[in-house]
Design a protein around this ligand. Structure first.
Ligand code: HEM
Length: 306
């Protein structure tokens, strides 16, 4: 009976502290909107129903570019944070905007800068204070004012991209997620109640970036750290990679079932780093009594940890 109250925006464990900002920034949906857009997004992404290229293909392309970029460091010490954040962001760009960006592309760097800036602000101690005492936000304007500005600028960039897509849309040949959404909008154009609107498209694309970039980038970074700390595990993973994949081709999803050790290591990395320990907020759809505790229904807006 637990209904999802908000759809996304959970940037690492610190984020669990920022529910007030979560709602303030408007990154949430529930009820009919959440249900319809969630179902559409899941089917579109799961079926790889976006033209000739699958998501796997896009991930492989990005992985090759990431390896190339890491090679440029010539094995000298470096901080991989930025580049490991770029790769997942670029996969999402490829899925929603059709193409990945070059790592030096100005639009891409601006997008990344805004995400990073917002994440830094959201994880600052000051925001934790404001989250517990929301009234303080109005009394002490500070860096957090940048948050809505960054969000608005990101949304306006996505809106520009949507306009470009509208101008070149071929309903028989969707190129990416935005095209699929626009086609769905067209199919629902006579439905006054439709959730498939430009505003919801822009919000959904922003959600995908916010939900997918920091989470995956941080997982990659911690994964590398754990492999460095456990060279005996890394050696076994490497042995399995060489045995199953070899050195001439990219890994693919089919390899997974032949690589039980690597699969287990990936799961263990995710378990160990515990990136979103309290999950995202949920609410119950009806009053629920559990032992002597009452969880009031969604209308009363009581948030529950997942
Ligand atoms: C290692 C990387 C990731 C981690 C650890 C992670 C973690 C999570 C968690 C804990 C939830 C909440 C589930 C719940 O309680 O209902 C969630 C939901 C979600 N994630 Fe991820 N995620 C990751 C990557 C991604 C990526 C790459 C995307 C998209 C491109 C994404 C999109 C979403 C969305 C849209 C939701 C909300 C789904 C809903 O409303 O039911 N995530 N994720």
């Amino acid at each position: 009976m637990a209904a999802k109250y908000c759809s996304t925006f959970f940037l690492g464990c610190e984020f669990s502290q920022f529910l007030a900002f979560f709602f303030w920034l408007g990154f949430s949906s529930n009820g009919k909107r959440w249900k319809e857009i969630w179902r559409f997004s899941l089917i579109t992404l799961r079926n790889f129903g976006m033209g000739k290229r699958s998501i796997e293909d896009r991930v492989q392309e990005e992985a090759r570019c990431l390896v190339e970029e890491l090679r440029k460091t010539k094995a000298s010490p470096c901080d991989p944070t930025f580049i490991l954040g770029c790769a997942p962001c670029n996969v999402i760009c490829s899925i929603v905007f059709q193409k990945r960006f070059d790592y030096e592309d100005e639009n891409f760097l601006t997008l990344m800068k805004r995400f990073n800036e917002n994440f830094r602000i959201l994880t600052s101690p000051w925001i934790q204070v404001c989250n517990n005492f929301p009234l303080l936000i109005d009394c002490f304007p500070g860096t957090h004012n940048k948050l809505p500005k960054n969000v608005a600028l990101t949304k306006s960039y996505i809106s520009e991209k949507v306009k470009e897509h509208q101008a070149t849309l071929d309903v028989n040949n969707p190129r990416d997620f935005i095209d699929c959404f626009l086609i769905k909008m067209e199919q629902e154009k006579d439905n006054q109640e439709s959730e498939f609107t430009i505003e919801n498209l822009v919000g959904t694309v922003a959600d995908l970036f916010i939900a997918g970039t920091e989470t995956t980038g941080t997982t990659l970074r911690y994964g590398l750290l754990l492999l460095l700390k456990h060279p005996e595990v890394t050696a076994k993973v490497q042995e399995e990679i060489v045995h199953v994949i070899g050195r001439r081709r990219s890994p693919c999803m089919q390899d997974r079932s032949h690589m039980p050790y690597t699969d287990a290591v990936v799961h263990e990395i995710q378990r160990y780093i515990d990136l979103v320990p309290t999950g995202v907020p949920h609410a119950v759809t009806t009053d629920i009594k559990f032992r002597n505790y009452l969880s009031p229904s969604f209308d009363n807006k009581i948030m529950l940890a997942a």
